[in-house]
Design a protein around this ligand. Structure first.
Ligand code: ATP
Ligand code: FE2
Length: 323
């Protein structure tokens, strides 16, 4: 069985093709990048996706060296995400499914980030730290679902980094640029906000932007933002590992590409005798490949999903029948 996955929840339109054996045949995507100083405008992102969807499809099929007729299943990212963008994926999925007379299935974007990490690293039953634009969640599988042990109480860590970047004049996405500047900075204290197992990032960003405007060094603020926010993540993740007794950690989502975050979590795992795994960089951010793989998992386990788009879908409301 070969599945074609469509990703369109926010900034990225992607198509990936994966076999039921977990062989990744292609991973093609294109990102909408708002002008400097601006956030994502859903309608502009939607227009971007509409404009490039056929080009992305052609390249994905060419890379996989197959034709549409070879596809057995189509999966699309049904939520969570921005409604205008989600509709592009749904409608393109419907069109292709009709054209080749093959089933269409909607899958959860967040769970796709987790499952691609498991496929690529071989980890079986980890605590997962899922850090991306809109999400920051500590997850572990228990009794049929990915349960959320801790999460952000306001913005996701990626959006927090992007908001800081926007405020200091960086282009989107700012996470990678902050990482580069952080390597030249020194520590300066910022608010550290952990409440039980939950985290908050928005106050840290407001404080950092205020201090930037007062003339504090950008490099120092970038360094300290990373140190503070990543220490918060490491603390909560370690507590989840201690409570669940799980001995493996999986880091996934767009922010998983950050080397300093990987280093801090790696040290924490080593100190407690646990094994640390990170999703490969090419599959850390949004892509159709993780959607295709989740489509395969749903199909194999005969797990039905709801029809249409689900802009506010939560990770822990999805029944996971393949574990
Ligand atoms: P979600 O998965 O919550 O819906 P998303 O799909 O927008 O969010 P992803 O594509 O998974 O998010 O990740 C994008 C985010 O990752 C952006 O906020 C970007 O700044 C951040 N990011 C990418 N590379 C790095 C890096 N090296 N360091 C820190 N952040 C990074
Ligand atoms: Fe994502």
């Amino acid at each position: 069985m070969i599945c074609l996955g469509i990703e369109s929840t926010a900034h990225t339109f992607g198509i990936g093709i994966v076999s039921d054996k977990g062989k990744i045949l292609s991973n093609v995507w294109d990102m909408y990048r708002p002008a400097s100083g601006w956030g994502i405008e859903p309608i502009k992102a939607k227009m971007h996706h509409e404009e490039i969807k056929n080009k992305v499809l052609e390249k994905a099929l060419a890379d996989a060296k197959i034709g549409l007729k070879d596809i057995d299943l189509i999966a699309f990212s049904q939520g969570a995400g921005l409604a205008p963008c989600l509709y592009v994926g749904l409608n393109f999925g419907k069109e292709l499914s009709k054209r080749i007379k093959k089933p269409l299935i909607g899958v959860c974007h967040q769970i796709a980030h987790v499952e691609i990490g498991k496929l690529c690293t071989g980890v079986k039953d980890p605590v997962t730290l899922y850090v991306s634009g809109a999400n920051t969640q500590v997850l572990a599988f228990a009794e049929g679902r990915y349960r959320c042990f801790g999460e952000t109480m306001d913005v996701g860590i990626g959006n927090a980094l992007d908001k800081f970047g926007r405020g200091v004049g960086m282009d989107f996405p700012s996470g990678p640029k902050i990482e580069v500047l952080a390597s030249k900075g020194h520590y300066t204290e910022l608010p550290y906000v952990v409440k039980g197992m939950d985290l908050s990032f928005s106050g840290i960003i407001t404080e950092s932007l205020t201090r930037f405007r007062k003339g504090e060094s950008l490099e120092n603020l970038c360094f300290s933002l990373q140190e503070t926010m990543f220490a918060m993540l490491t603390e909560v993740t370690e507590r989840a590992m201690a409570h669940t007794g799980k001995t493996e950690l999986l880091l996934t989502g767009g922010v998983a590409a950050n080397s300093r975050l990987q280093e801090m979590l790696g040290i924490m795992c080593r100190e407690r005798g646990a094994v640390f795994h990170t999703v490969p960089k090419e599959f850390a951010g949004d892509c159709g490949t993780n959607i295709a793989w989740l489509g395969i998992l749903h199909q194999k386990s005969k797990m039905k999903t709801k029809p249409g788009i689900l802009p506010r879908q939560r990770t822990d409301e999805v029944d996971v029948g393949w574990i």
